[in-house]
Design a protein. Sequence first.
Length: 91
Amino acid sequence: MPSYVTAALLSKAARSSERSYRLIDGSCEPHGQLDGQYSSLDDAIADAIEWIGHLSESDHPSSLIGVEVSSTNGDWRTCRAPVPWLCPLPR
């Protein structure tokens, strides 16, 4: 097999193994305020935790947050169901 074909196949394999993550709301739809894509689960969770810290109501409907991961065929799969993650500390 020519080296350029091998390099193209390796590049395609690397792209297909890259995952991205997104945050979802209580209806399992992309979250209205946290609608970005993240390169890691840790980045997605950190963004959600930071955002929740700014909410004034611990039972705010948007505090239900889950995580989806991209699949190799382009679909999204739920890897964490939407639940309330944190409650704000008393002030």
